[in-house]
Ligand binder design. Structure first.
Ligand SMILES: Cc1cc2nc3c(=O)[nH]c(=O)nc-3n(C[C@H](O)[C@H](O)[C@H](O)COP(=O)(O)OP(=O)(O)OC[C@H]3O[C@@H](n4cnc5c(N)ncnc54)[C@H](O)[C@@H]3O)c2cc1C
Length: 490
């Protein structure tokens, strides 16, 4: 296994549990790849960026369970939104059958006009009635589709954009409509629980503690600071890898789980059926994510997280409170006050740590760190009045310029499958063809798919991929009607 991000880790753990002896080689000093924690110069540990999962991410949940991290992810049933004037709204599920389960909270949602809501309801219903696959969306952008669906500008800016830019790390005008529609279908329309937001209560690094053990107890090995310089092929087969220190590694089969921008430098030109797929990787563009971290001297926020409308900042995570996690999700806001009064868990006695996230942050990339901090402080003052006179102990900005591949129209043709025609060599990574956007779920899916392909190539086929959440209510009926084979599955 080359690469210790989620794709490499998930395939390593799955294969080790299935009885394979796995050697995982990671170039950096830590595991987790893009979903990892850093140590700041002052010694404090921060995640490179807040990572959230959703209820519909069934493979990621399976991976966390395998490595004993399932309990470290807390799920929240209520989503909190705030507009420019500081007005709060929430979205949550009700007992109504999908896709109607969110209708009651949507009806009372404050940030949208009646005509915005009417246009949104019409578009959502058209996705659901088509079983998630509305007609004639090939090659068009999400923005094109929204215009076609006659969405009001308020609906586009304050609803579709708010949800999709952070889910897909791309602007609506550059996003393949099928990706945007799939987010709504899988997370918000298909089932009661798909939209639930899962947030780690520990630093990301702590989620991977069980990986090393899962691999080594089956006789395998996990090595960090161990970069691969070259992947060798002979007569169309993987024959070994050369490490950065010049030593050689020989194994029966290999999964390369490195970023798509790295792989072409490791492989010989023309690898795998002429190498057209390798050339194709150059067409995969990337988009940036910026996170801004503030340590306030006092308590400034009671919600566990907030989604912002009308601002550059898209999400604010109350890291102090999230590290405590809710007892019961529907008590989250109440518990926040309780925790603060007791001075437990969230430990606000020593202030509050907030993390702000801005996806598709193209405009911020050229701006200085101080400019970004100033902009975010102004936005915090809008939505969290307590920050206005609160002292900031320290603040830091992390720009991930190549955070994820951009899901632009037609992007799937550049995403190779895990099996690229080399008998004992497979690919994993969020950028490989999983039909999922660049997410932790996409990375784990790719890892499981590559592990399935590898196990089959060694004569011991295994199944690792988990089923999607089952559709419910009317969505199930419409999914059945739309599916060509009548299986009604996701
Ligand atoms: C800022 C940011 C925020 C994000 N937020 C979310 C979120 O909220 N929810 C979500 O689901 N997803 C989120 N993502 C996306 C998610 O992090 C990625 O999709 C996922 O982590 C990708 O995993 P991967 O294993 O495919 O790739 P990577 O994590 O990139 O792993 C590749 C690994 O290969 C290693 N490597 C590279 N070259 C070599 C070599 N020569 N030899 C050995 N090893 C090598 C790298 O060091 C790395 O560890 C976010 C991403 C970023 C950057």
């Amino acid at each position: 296994m080359i690469g210790g991000g989620l794709a490499g880790l998930s395939s390593a753990v799955a294969l080790a549990e299935a009885g394979f002896q796995v050697r995982l080689l990671e170039k950096r000093p830590h595991l987790g790849g893009r979903a990892a924690s850093y140590t700041l110069p002052d010694g404090s540990e921060v995640d490179n960026c807040q990572h959230v999962t959703l209820g519909c991410c069934t493979n990621l949940a399976d991976f966390y369970r395998r490595v004993g991290a399932g309990e470290k992810i807390h799920f929240y049933d209520r989503l909190y939104f705030v507009d420019k004037g500081g007005r709060r709204s929430t979205i949550e599920s009700s007992w109504l059958p999908p896709p109607l389960h969110m209708a009651p909270s949507f009806a009372f949602f404050g940030g949208l006009t009646l005509s915005d809501k009417r246009s949104i309801a019409k578009a959502l219903l058209s996705i659901a009635r088509a079983g998630g696959h509305p007609p004639e969306i090939d090659g068009i952008t999400m923005l094109d589709w929204l215009h076609r669906m006659k969405q009001t500008s308020g609906a586009i800016e304050r609803f579709w954009r708010v949800v999709l830019v952070s889910a897909l790390d791309e602007e609506l005008s550059r996003t393949d409509a099928s990706y945007g529609i799939e987010v709504f279908w899988k997370a918000f329309l298909g089932s009661h629980g798909g939209y639930r937001v899962g947030i780690p209560s520990v630093p990301l690094a702590d989620l991977y503690e069980g990986c090393r053990e899962a691999v080594t107890k089956k006789g395998g090995e996990v090595r960090v600071r161990c970069g691969v310089r070259e992947i060798r092929l002979e007569r169309g087969r993987f024959s070994g890898a050369i490490l950065e220190d010049g030593s050689a590694v020989a194994v029966d089969a290999c999964i390369a789980a490195v970023p798509h921008r790295v792989l072409p430098d490791l492989l010989p030109k023309g690898a795998g059926e002429g190498g057209a797929w390798l050339e194709g990787l150059r067409h995969l563009k990337t988009s940036p994510i910026t996170s801004v971290h503030f340590w306030f001297e006092k308590q400034v926020m009671t919600e566990p997280f907030l989604t912002l409308m009308d601002h550059t900042t898209q999400w604010i995570f109350n890291k102090t409170l999230l590290s405590a996690g809710p007892d019961r999700p529907d008590e989250t806001a109440g518990r926040a006050a309780h925790l603060i009064a007791d001075g437990v868990g969230g430990d606000t006695s020593s202030g509050q740590y907030l993390q702000l996230v801005i996806s598709a942050s193209y405009d911020l990339v050229p701006r200085s760190r101080q400019e970004i901090i100033d902009l975010c402080r102004r936005e915090l003052a809008d939505v969290l009045p307590a920050t206005r006179d609160a002292k900031v102990r320290k603040a830091t900005v992390i720009k991930e310029v190549n955070a994820t591949f951009s899901p632009e129209p037609g992007v799937d043709r550049w995403r190779p499958s895990q099996n690229i025609g080399i008998e004992n060599f497979f690919l994993a990574g969020d950028w490989t063809r999983t039909h999922w956007p660049a997410t932790m779920e996409g990375a784990v899916r790719s890892g499981y798919l590559a592990a399935e392909a590898l196990s089959a190539s060694l004569g011991s086929p295994q199944r690792f991929l988990q089923p999607d959440l089952p559709f419910e209510g009317f969505s199930k009926m419409w999914a059945c009607r739309a599916s060509r084979n009548g299986t009604c599955s996701a």
